[in-house]
Ligand binder design. Structure first.
Ligand code: IMP
Length: 422
């Protein structure tokens, strides 16, 4: 029995979608374990580009089961529209998409609350993620299992909408929401989702007993983790490998392989500390060349040099068995490439990452300056074919983190990938 995990090692947008799509056909099940439609996993093949927000990135691999675990918060409206989109592309989901009955729903009041609360302090995706996880922890959430039970849903919705209206109207002077309106719209989505809803934990346990291979797909990145990220500038779930156990119901001992995805530079969307951020022309170059605009919100991503201090923290948090390095091609053409190897504060150097947002805001990165390369590497299919300077960067990442780089992505397409023998 074996679970492989794909985790973002930075602030999200590392290219997890591409890696999961590439690996999916080697697995029996691909399972999302946390987050919601705040994620935007981009998959590109031929002339086709697809962005998935809730469906696992295994949907385009035929015969592979796709599962949305209990740790995910599901916007039923968004999921129904994504299912329709994928079906229109000719991919049948009947009998291979499974949605946890314990996953919590994102309902219109979650988005309404997010838009009036202090969310802008963080720069959220405005998908209602935080308020839905708040309800989950407060034990007032409505789960998918209740959504598909008309009577239970109506009762719960009336109570919740009344409560939320007290806040929306009383505290923020907002328009009240109508429980009956939401009910009639959302029972329509429930009818369309019903056939996929099951006990996904049981499903996974049986799959593991039968020796099936499971690929757990993380969303966001571990520097956005609710506990280990730069709180409060984080998402409301656990993208770390630890989140797999609580988000799917598999045991830690079933996890055999953990792949950390890292871009060859760093990006961040929304607010929060970012020691290696570049606000100069190099940052603008990375943003333009890397197409660094949010797949969900379209917001420009902040860009900066690769932060090895932060990456090593991610390696330790997650126990990565290997790293997949993405977007190496974006660095082509730069005279020099920098990697941050220490932080400096008050004249003292520190090689440890801190997730204290205020403290991290105050550090100055110390860089190692490496030779850049001029060649376009998009066509490289073998490690040996890379320019020496690019190989040097890969070696430095390995030596600093102690983790082997087993995959290098040199472009968005499936074919633009180097498998590294280590
Ligand atoms: P939320 O997850 O919408 O609550 O947003 C919280 C923070 O996480 C914000 O800074 C978002 O920009 C960031 N965030 C959420 N999802 C993603 C993602 O998929 N990629 C990158 N950043 C994300």
């Amino acid at each position: 029995m074996a679970v492989t995990v794909v985790v973002g090692s930075q602030w999200g947008d590392e290219g997890k979608g591409k890696v999961v799509d590439l690996l999916a056909s080697q697995f029996d099940v691909v399972a999302r374990y946390q987050g919601g439609a705040n994620a935007g996993h981009t998959i590109k093949w031929g002339d086709t580009t697809q962005v998935l927000h809730l469906l696992p990135s295994g949907v385009f691999a035929s015969g592979v089961h796709c599962l949305i675990g209990n740790g995910v918060v599901i916007d039923p409206k968004a999921l129904v529209s994504e299912i329709q989109k994928v079906q229109e592309l000719g991919y049948d989901l009947e009998g291979r998409l499974w949605i946890s009955r314990n996953a919590h729903c994102i309902l219109p009041y979650h988005q309404a609350l997010e838009s009036v609360r202090s969310a802008d302090r963080i720069g959220t995706t405005k998908r209602g993620i935080g308020p839905a996880y708040t309800d989950k922890i407060a034990r007032t959430g409505i789960r998918i299992g209740e959504l598909i039970d008309r009577d239970a849903f109506f009762k719960r919705l009336q109570v919740e909408v009344a409560q939320k209206n007290l806040v929306l109207r009383g505290a923020y002077g907002e328009r009240e929401l109508d429980a009956e309106e939401i009910f009639s719209e959302y029972t329509g989505y429930a009818e369309q989702l019903q056939e996929y809803v099951t006990d996904t934990t049981h499903f996974l346990h049986e799959a593991l007993d039968q020796g099936k291979q499971i690929l757990a797909e993380g969303a966001q990145g571990c520097l956005l983790d609710i506990d280990f990220g730069t709180y409060p500038y984080v998402t409301s779930s656990s993208p770390t490998a630890g989140g797999v156990c609580t988000g799917l119901g598999v045991s830690p001992t079933a996890i055999l392989r953990i792949i950390g995805i890292t871009k060859a530079y760093c990006t961040r969307v929304g607010h929060g500390p970012f020691p290696t951020e570049l606000t100069d022309h190099t940052g603008a170059h990375l943003q333009k060349t890397g197409g660094e605009f949010g797949a969900t919100t379209g917001r420009p991503r902040r860009c900066g040099w690769l932060d090895l201090v932060a990456l090593r923290y991610s390696c330790r948090l997650n126990g990565f068995s290997e790293l997949a390095l993405t977007k190496l091609d974006v660095l082509s053409g730069l005279e020099t490439v920098k990697v941050c190897v220490e932080y400096e504060q008050g004249g003292a150097a520190d090689s440890r990452f801190t997730n204290d947002a205020q403290a991290l805001e105050a550090v100055t990165p110390r860089y190692e300056v490496m030779q850049g390369w001029k060649e376009d590497i998009c066509g490289c299919r073998k490690f040996e074919a890379l320019p020496d300077a690019a190989k040097e960067l890969v070696h430095r990442i390995q030596s600093f983190t102690g983790i082997p780089v087993t995959m290098i992505s040199t472009g968005p397409r499936r074919s633009q990938t180097i498998q590294v023998d280590c």
